[in-house]
Ligand binder design. Structure first.
Ligand SMILES: [Ca+2]
Ligand SMILES: [Ca+2]
Length: 87
């Protein structure tokens, strides 16, 4: 490999491999291969709804107990989705 792999940009690589026998009348054969790049957890989660790394939440002082103040969702580009919703 000349370059590092990144599943998020290139989830698979397709290539053709050719073998030559080097005989007087050279014979060859080819095969296609698909290489699947498996995921590693290399991206940190972020909050798409928060601008500049912060989110302003406004709550009235007379809000009843148990009121949902906000839902914040964190996501990232990795395949394994462990999305947490905070209320
Ligand atoms: Ca991740
Ligand atoms: Ca990844």
């Amino acid at each position: 490999m000349r370059n590092s792999l990144d599943r998020e940009t290139t989830p698979d690589v397709r290539l053709t491999v050719t073998a030559n026998d080097g005989g007087a009348e050279s014979r060859s054969s080819s095969v296609s291969a698909v290489i699947t790049v498996t995921d590693v957890n290399d991206n940190s989660p972020h909050f798409p709804g928060a601008s500049g790394g912060s989110s302003v939440i406004t709550v009235p002082e007379d809000a009843p107990e148990g009121t949902v103040m906000a839902r914040l969702e964190a996501v990232d580009a990795d395949e394994v989705k462990l999305i947490k919703t905070f209320e």
